[in-house]
Design a protein around this ligand. Structure first.
Ligand code: FES
Length: 101
């Protein structure tokens, strides 16, 4: 099954954009040659993330995550934790979330 997240043309060249997703939010961004999408939820207590200086930074207690790998860089989120990436594919100019395949 699939669900359209956004149009690829709408994704900014730098930084990220926040898109509604089943009553929650995801960040969508361009990482090297790939387009990535991850839940806008910190791995500490679920706080929202800002895209700031090339990383995601939690608004609540400052945990920082790498935009390429999603790995925690610093802050109170568990060591070794990683942002929740969505499984996505580009089709007909749209970024889609796929599940159940
Ligand atoms: S909820 Fe993100 S650092 Fe605490």
């Amino acid at each position: 099954m699939k669900h359209e997240i956004c149009r690829v043309a709408d994704i900014p060249r730098t930084g990220s954009m926040v898109v509604p997703f089943f009553g929650r939010e995801v960040h969508v961004w361009r990482s090297s040659e790939r387009i990535r999408a991850a839940a806008n939820a910190c791995l500490h207590f679920g706080g929202p993330l800002d895209c700031k200086d090339g990383a995601f930074v939690c608004q609540w207690h400052g945990a920082k995550f790498d935009m390429e790998s999603g790995e925690r860089l610093e802050g109170p989120a568990p060591k070794g934790s990683r942002l929740m990436f969505l499984s996505t594919r580009v089709e007909d100019g749209a970024l889609n979330y796929f599940w159940g395949e």
